[in-house]
Design a protein around this ligand. Structure first.
Ligand SMILES: [Fe+2]
Ligand SMILES: [Fe+2]
Length: 375
């Protein structure tokens, strides 16, 4: 009997991985699921799109690279990887400093939701489509994301917590995005996901004393999965040059880059203890991740954000301060809370416009397509 198939890490499909996770005790934790259910600008969302339009993509212009990438994903180098083994050191949840524990659990829930968000979108595309190229790709990506989400849930279970993935699928609100926005947002989130995981992994290779939880040991193979997913979206974007070359689409690309980078900055700065425990300055980390992501997305996007511009860091910080103001005002409630929230939102919007209007760095996109993880 195949022992691996009993765990989500060895599942061949997303459906199987979710079912295996659902079968594990404890089945759910209401608090964790409630956090995963939140829909704010800063929490991971679930997306839906025009699946029929996506099903019509013709990958003929990128066929050679497409077949290479799919063959690599079918070979499934990470099958069985996302599972606790002898490298999984025991975690002293009770001895963990309470603030760190709270932030780390928040990080795990948010990461699990983000992984699962990819899974539900990809799984749905595979279910609705009839184009063999597209459905095959999305089934492979859904498989990977279900394993990732399952593995994070395994880590949460040790703290007596689990996100109810089945419940989330049915009950979380779905945000509609046109297919081209799905490509921009998902391509970017896969690449930034890669950059985030690899930056932490490389940092902890140099400073193992800061590895306060074993899950970070799994980040290298993890980020390779995200890298491949990003490459797949790069190829999808390449099937239609208009998507990256027309004037209005360039403005959209810049919008998504600015939104994703600034959201990451604000979200990470909500977890100071977590970053302190990792021995990472969140400003340094953000700069590293943006630099790597810009180089990687420069493969497809004809522009990069100028993160060295004097307005860049200043307005990220403004946005962060505005976000704290909004959170405090929400907690306070009443008229004062309402005014605080309105002022905070206006400040955040102003900071965003200020970031968005920094002139982008334009460049020529290289001809070669498939990249290898280089960091
Ligand atoms: Fe993932
Ligand atoms: Fe991914």
């Amino acid at each position: 009997m195949n022992v691996q198939a009993k765990h989500s890490s060895g599942a061949a499909t997303a459906e199987e991985a979710i079912a295996l996770q659902e079968a594990l005790p404890p089945l759910t934790n209401e608090d964790a699921t409630a956090v995963a259910m939140q829909n704010t600008l800063l929490t991971p969302r679930f997306y839906t799109t025009d699946f029929d339009e996506m099903d019509k993509i013709d990958v003929t212009p990128v066929r050679e690279d497409w077949d290479k990438l799919i063959a690599q994903m079918v070979s499934d180098p990470n099958k069985g990887h996302f599972k606790k083994n002898a490298d999984w050191d025991e975690v002293d949840w009770d001895g963990m400093e309470p603030k760190l524990k709270r932030e780390f659990i928040d990080f795990l829930i948010s990461s699990c939701t983000a992984e699962f968000s990819g899974c539900v979108l990809y799984k749905e595309m595979k279910r609705r489509g009839s184009n063999p190229d597209i459905t095959q790709l999305f089934q492979l990506m859904a498989r990977d994301e279900a394993r990732h989400a399952g593995f994070i849930n395994d880590a949460l279970r040790e703290a007596g917590i689990a996100v109810n993935l089945g419940f989330l699928t049915q009950s979380k609100k779905y945000t509609y995005f046109r297919p081209k926005f799905i490509y921009y947002a998902t391509y970017l989130s896969e690449k930034i996901g890669y950059a985030r995981y690899i930056t932490i992994f490389r940092h902890l290779e140099k400073h193992p004393e800061h590895r306060f939880h074993p899950i970070f040991k799994w980040f290298e193979e993890w980020c390779n999965d995200e890298f491949s997913h990003g490459e797949a979206f790069a190829l999808l974007l390449k099937t239609d040059p208009k998507l990256t070359q027309s004037f209005s689409n360039k403005l959209w690309i810049k919008f998504f880059l600015t939104a994703v980078y600034s959201t990451m900055y604000v979200r990470d700065h909500q977890r100071p203890e977590f970053h302190k425990a990792l021995g990472v300055d969140p400003d340094w980390y953000a700069h590293e991740v943006f630099t790597k992501t810009s180089v990687l997305t420069g493969q497809i996007y004809p522009l990069m954000l100028d993160i060295e511009h004097p307005r860049w860091q200043k307005n990220l910080e403004r946005m962060q301060v505005a976000n704290v103001q909004i959170a405090n005002a929400k907690k306070a409630g009443g008229i004062g809370g309402f005014i605080g929230k309105t002022l905070g939102s206006a400040k955040a919007a102003f900071a965003f416009v200020s970031l968005y209007t920094i002139p982008a760095i334009k460049h020529d996109v290289p001809q070669e397509t498939l990249m290898k993880p280089a960091y």
